[in-house]
Design a protein. Sequence first.
Lengths: 310, 310
Amino acid sequence: MKQVTAFAPATVANVSCGFDILGFAIDELGDWVQVTQSDSGILRVVEIQGDGGKLPLEPEKNTCSVAIQAMLDEMGLRQGLDIHLFKGLPLGSGMGSSAASAAAALVAANEILGNPFEKKDLVPFAMEAERIACGAAHADNVAPSIMGGFVLIRGYDPLDVVKLPVPEGLYCTLVHPHLELKTADSRSVLRQQISLKESTVQSGNIAGLIAGLFQSDFELISRSLKDVIAEPSRALLIPGFYELRESIRSVGALGSGISGSGPTIFILSQGKEIALQAGEASKEVFKKIGLGVDVYVSEVNDRGAYIQTS
Amino acid sequence: MKQVTAFAPATVANVSCGFDILGFAIDELGDWVQVTQSDSGILRVVEIQGDGGKLPLEPEKNTCSVAIQAMLDEMGLRQGLDIHLFKGLPLGSGMGSSAASAAAALVAANEILGNPFEKKDLVPFAMEAERIACGAAHADNVAPSIMGGFVLIRGYDPLDVVKLPVPEGLYCTLVHPHLELKTADSRSVLRQQISLKESTVQSGNIAGLIAGLFQSDFELISRSLKDVIAEPSRALLIPGFYELRESIRSVGALGSGISGSGPTIFILSQGKEIALQAGEASKEVFKKIGLGVDVYVSEVNDRGAYIQTS
């Protein structure tokens, strides 16, 4: 019986001015999924580790099995598969936890089936898992988790996914404060009407960010990392958000923003040294507030999900 | 006494999803400005041809002299200069007529003064002319007219102008219907409040358009050429707008939009052949409506304004 283990990375969605349309992948931090062929004829989630018992084992509720089922349905295939999920990502942190599980499951299952799909074509199946996990079939976590790098979701009707280049030496610092922030709350504070002026400013910034990525223009990236639409409302839910912004700019980081719907904050920097300093500066900010934090530093991951070879 | 003539091209601003932030330059069609040193110690607009007598000769009202004066002020310089303006562009058509005059004047005067400014640094001076001509110091016509190619205005505070690449073989068809459309009317129909959803869709499209320009991905450019914010209101002021869109898509053009605040419509195509066919298709549309049109076909101009050498 074939057995494959895949890794899929954490991701940052809602990248500042790229609210709802831009995500990128992180190195090292992520989930592992082992998929094993079986004679059962059905999908089974056999084991989950690292979730504190919070994730469902029922195949119709688990993101791994939902994603794989969507793939099998597309192929018109019945295939017995046993799934083992090893969570490396904290739940509900804004680092694309549910997306990483689905991405790893799909890449593993795709390998077992002889890779009938290219990576990009796995995205719609992972979106079905997001529909179960988050209530909306959004693609801005699953696409970068599968494909790596920066991924633009140009539109959903039809799905239009565009992989963007990653400037060499672009590092991300993820700062995860120990506070609970419900996605529903993050969503409810969003204004549903915005001014024409704000929309134009946002357009200018996302256009600048995309150009900065293509030109490896770190200054332009830095100038463009401004979200005038979601962040002003959501930042209020994260104590220390603006102090952190001041602090990381003073050590030379390019900019910061809310990862997904928070509470994790992402910081982009040119080079590992500054990314590490930004992490230290962030710890100081949250220490003053009296909140614990986890800090991760990694290059932006251009590879995405991959098969683990032992 | 030194004498220099410069040419500056027509431009398309408000490029679809790039409403208020993106413009590009056209080949051949444009204005010429001849600048001659004089002992007068003042700026004089000596002659204007091709405007039907509509443009002001007063130096404080003419876009050529206003732009040059802003440059001289920046240098703290008094310099007598005589200006001859030869309009190749129709006024009030949405092709950046006032911008082309200012751009040509600046490039000529800059040459006479020994090129103290790089092209990009001329943009703020031309914006002063736009303030006089249009009531707003916008940069999305003057920047591409001076610099050529596609130019992104990332933001105004401070001014942040980003030149973007032009895919080889990208052609523009300009269709100028013989109807008068007041800029004030075009502006008044704009909604000042838009939905979060619309803003997100617009962001996705402008991000896709920028990526398409960098990747020379004509399909992506085509999919991204959608404006959900300004166009739905403004198109109603231009009879035949949607019929033209259908018609040019059927001959294989990439897409169309309103040039500036209209009534001119721009069409982008891959290759001259399709651009010409799109022009013919457009003529048919307006013939049915009973409106005359002028049609111009040219490559997107990557050079911008230049000195005429005889």
